[in-house]
Ligand binder design. Structure first.
Ligand code: SF4
Ligand code: SF4
Length: 114
C-alpha cells in the first residue's frame, strides 16, 4: 500500500479513536513490553488539545505504531476515513470496525488503563 505523507502533520488526525477489545489487548501488550523510561517519557509528553494519548510529539509519529488500533490502520484508505492531505488514497468502501468498540481512546480509556 502506498504511504500517506504523515511527516510534519504532528498528529493532526490522531485524536480520540474508538477501540475494540482486541485492539485494547494488543495495545496493553505493547505498553507492558515498553521499557519503563520510554513509557514514562511518552506518557508525560505535552500534547496538543485533543491529540491521542499515544501520539509521540517528539518523534512526530504514533508511539505504539505496531500495535495501533484497526481504525488507525484503516485511516486514509477508506471513503469514510479520508486524509485531507491525500484524499485520492481513500479508494476503499466505507470502513467499519471488526467488532463493537468498547470505548474511546483518550476519552474513556486513558494512560491509567495501561
Ligand atoms: S493520515 Fe493524512 S492527515 Fe493524518 S498524519 Fe497522515 S498525512 Fe497527516
Ligand atoms: S493510536 Fe497511534 S495512530 Fe492511532 S490515533 Fe493514537 S497516535 Fe494516532
Amino acid at each position: 500500500m502506498e504511504d500517506l505523507p504523515c511527516k510534519g502533520c504532528n498528529g493532526m488526525c490522531c485524536g480520540p479513536v474508538p477501540v475494540t477489545e482486541q485492539d485494547l489487548k494488543i495495545i496493553k501488550k505493547k505498553v507492558k513490553a515498553m521499557p519503563k523510561k520510554s513509557r514514562m517519557d511518552l506518557e508525560k509528553q505535552p500534547r496538543n488539545f485533543g491529540t491521542c494519548i499515544f501520539f509521540d510529539m517528539e518523534k512526530d509519529r504514533c508511539g505504539i505504531h505496531s500495535a495501533r488500533p484497526g481504525v488507525c490502520r484503516a485511516f486514509g484508505y477508506y471513503k469514510n476515513l479520508v486524509c485531507f492531505r491525500k484524499p485520492e488514497m481513500a479508494t476503499q468502501a466505507n470502513w467499519s470496525p471488526a467488532d463493537k468498540p468498547v470505548g474511546i481512546l483518550s476519552i474513556d480509556i486513558t494512560w491509567q488503563a495501561f
